[in-house]
Design a protein around this ligand. Structure first.
Ligand code: DGL
Length: 277
């Protein structure tokens, strides 16, 4: 526990189930902390929603996580990281509580992508919202200006994953369609970021159609290792976090449905509670 013995879990947020692929790795890398997951399933997917809507929904959920004791929240959702994070960090946090922190998943990914590519041509698969925000291009430019970045929006992938339609001809079609489009933009791509936290579930299907020698980067381990380093650099935050190994799960929609699907993403059984927005 922290010095005052209060419950202060690491908050992990996603529009639905995708953030569980990140939480799974966080728990593996840093098992001692308490974690509180919130999936806004009632309003998912966020991928094709406007900036204002994603910002409004994300901020509302972040406030709920703060009210439940979180000092630190990770937006384990690229769409929310792309469309809401900066405003929350710059405009809202100073008013809510300047000591609280909200982090995203795009920056840690863009900090390391240059270490994987030899051709300097990198592909991004993401939701329409993440692609249109340009966040990956802006962030990669800061760390690896020599890279050429090619983005491909895959609006059908999240619905296919959320409906557990992973092994069928329709999914093969939509995976191949976007792979072909990405490689027709550049045949020199040797590294692809799966820039949506739902997409790791499609990894086996993507790999089936992927040319040999291409690195597929998923975000769970990258984000978890980055968070571990962040906590090492920020002892004032690290000491606030409670450490009893507790995991709590909240969904804004049906708990029965959440518990059935969540284990596919988290790799273990999940018992959630309902959060009324
Ligand atoms: N998991 C979210 C992401 O990483 C997207 C899901 C959605 O469209 O709501 O972008």
């Amino acid at each position: 526990m922290n010095s005052s013995n209060t419950y202060s879990p690491i908050g992990v947020f996603d529009s639905g189930y995708g953030g569980l692929t990140v939480l799974k790795e966080m728990v593996a890398v840093m098992p001692g902390y308490d974690y509180l997951y919130l999936g806004d399933n009632a309003r998912a997917p966020y991928g094709s929603r406007s900036f204002d809507t994603v910002y409004e929904y994300t901020l509302e959920c972040v406030r709920h996580l703060f009210n439940k004791g979180c000092e630190l929240v990770v937006l384990a959702c690229n769409t929310a990281s792309a469309k809401a994070l900066r405003t929350i960090q710059q405009k809202d946090l100073p008013l809510i509580d300047p000591k609280k922190r909200v982090l995203g998943v795009i920056r840690p990914t863009t900090e390391v992508v240059g270490n994987y590519t030899k051709t300097h041509h990198v592909g991004i698969f993401a939701t329409s919202g993440t692609v249109s925000s340009g966040s990956y291009i802006i962030e990669i430019e800061k760390f690896f200006p020599e890279l050429k970045v090619f983005q491909e929006a895959c609006p059908m992938w999240v619905p296919l994953i959320e409906n557990n339609e992973l092994n069928n001809a329709g999914t093969d079609y939509f995976v191949k369609k976007h792979l072909d489009a990405l490689f027709s933009a550049s045949g020199k791509i040797d590294t692809i970021i799966l820039g949506c936290t739902h997409y790791p579930l499609l990894k086996p299907v993507i790999e089936k159609h992927l040319p040999a020698g291409i690195t597929l980067l998923t975000q769970g381990a990258i984000v978890s290792n980055s968070l571990k380093e962040y906590l090492f650099r920020h002892p004032e935050m690290e000491t606030c976090l409670s450490k009893t190994g507790k995991r709590d799960f909240f969904t804004t929609d049906s708990v029965t449905q959440f518990d059935t699907h969540a284990s596919l993403f988290f790799g273990q059984e999940v018992k959630s509670k309902h959060l009324h927005l």
